[in-house]
Design a protein around this ligand. Sequence first.
Ligand code: ATP
Length: 210
Amino acid sequence: MSVALFGGTFNPVHFGHLRIATELAEQLQVKSIRMMPCAFPPHRDKPEVDGQQRLEMLQLAIDQQTVLQADDIELQRPAPSYTVDTVRLMRDKVGAQTPLFLCIGMDALNGLDRWHEWQRIQDYCHIVVSSRPGFSVPQSGPLAEWIDQRRCKDLAVLKQSAHGNVYFCELTMLAISSTSIRKKVSNGENIGFLTPDSVVDYIRQQHLYE
Ligand code: ATP
C-alpha cells in the first residue's frame, strides 16, 4: 500500500488543505496521506505560531480520520525543513518497495530546481503535482527536460515502482488561504466554515493571530 506526503506550514490548517488531501487520498488510493507541518520553511519567513501549535491544530482538524494523518517528522529535526531529508527519512520508514508520493502544487514545481538537492528527491519518491490556476508545466530549460524524462500518465504504471516519476492530477482548489484566516482573526472577523470548528476554538483559546 502506498503512502503520500503533503507538507505545508498549516498556519493554520484550513478546509482548502483538507479538501485536496481527501481528493489525493481518493485519486492515488493510498493507505495514508501524511500531512507534515514544516519546522522552518527555507523559502519563507519563520511563522510566529510554533510548530507544536500548528501540529495540534492539524490533529484537531483531522480528528478520527484514518487516511489523513498528522506527521511531525519535520518538527523533530532542526530547521530548515529540506524536502530531500524528509523523503529520505520517510523512505527508511516505509521500506524500499512501498510507492511513496510527494504531493506539491504546480507553483512549487516551477521552483523545484531551486530546492536543496532537488534532483535527489526522486531517488526516494514520486512527485505528484496538483494543478493551480495561473501556473503551467515548465516548457523549456533543464527543469522541463527533467520533468519530461520522468513524466508518467498512468497511475497503475506509476504504482509499479516505488519512486522516480512525476505525475499530474486535477484537484479542487477552494478559495481559502491561511493568510486570509490570519487576517480575519486579527481584524476580529468570523472564520467559521473556513476551517473546522475545533480549530476555530483552538485559535480563540490560544489567542493566536490576534
Ligand atoms: P499561506 O496563506 O500562509 O501562504 P496556505 O494557505 O497557502 O498558507 P500552506 O500551509 O502554505 O497554506 O500550504 C500547504 C500546501 O497546501 C501547499 O502545497 C499549497 O499549495 C496547498 N494549498 C494551500 N491552500 C490551498 C487551497 N485553498 N486549496 C488547495 N491547496 C491549497
